[in-house]
Design a protein around this ligand. Sequence first.
Ligand code: BMA
Length: 339
Amino acid sequence: MTTCNCAPIPHLPWQPRPAGDVHDAPLWRYEGNPIIGRNPAPGIARIFNSAVWPWQDGFVAVLRGEKVNGVPEIFLGHSKDGLNWQVDHDPIPFVDEEGRSFMPRYAYDPRLVRVEETYYIIWCQDFYGASIGMAKTEDFETFVRLENPFIPYNRNAVLFPRRVNGNYLLLSRPSDSGHTPFGDIFLSESPDMVYWGKHRHVMARGSVWWESVKIGAGAAPIETDEGWLLFYHGASSTCSGLVYSIGGAVLDRENPSVVRYRCENFLLTPETEYEERGFVANVCFPCAALCDGATGRIALYYGAADSVVGVAFTTVEEIVAYIKAHSVLTEQDREIGRR
Ligand code: BMA
């Protein structure tokens, strides 16, 4: 039995797997999806690829809000149950170290992770080209920008929820300036969240069709006794554009650039109306996975069709067992990722 190292989240949203569910992978959609629909607040046309974390007696979210002028910004959301959300009407007011307003020109695909007593928000933004932006907060009132960790072009940065061997760990996906037709996941280390190095290759885009164009880390990894459970996205090319599915892997606990298990099957692929139809069709894009340490239940938050937010459920035990049972590793997965 696989166990996790997560704190209890007694109020984690949950729905059991529906009887008669015919999906191969044990990851099932919330029946009330989408949980955030279109036009959720004045001036915001769509909220999708967004991340959630427990906060006080409820949850807080960093939301990718596409404004009615088309510019994406990050908005804060609050929820008691993780399913019904109040969305702030103004973007998060980021400041610099001196407290002066320091807003990104655009910001999208945010992730949210607590490490020790600090909450970090990590997103993609303009840095003379698409790259990674970061900020920290301790109270969800003051949000202080950190130095950008990488030069362009880079996207899909995901922080680990604890230091490993004394260093912060950040996954990212080096890219180009457009709709990047390639992409592998890399790992970088930092002693202070400012200087990043010891870069390692983690996983290449896959040899199977659903992740053959590019992959990118999705949710902050969940620590289990088998290793770090990582939900990621994989894109494949079709006659009508890219299709984004959700995949799963388990990374080595002490050396996370080594992949221990990697599922050759997708865990979830667009098939509902709200995933197949929208601003960008056929997208399931995971950004957060919350795990209740008491039960091993997981709530996975994902953007659907670049239009709305959905939730899916699984358990640590079931999903790790499925990933292990269908694991196919390449030489690049197994190696430490240094050349
Ligand atoms: C990627 C990112 C995501 C988006 C996806 C599908 O390149 O921009 O934000 O969900 O494309 O459009």
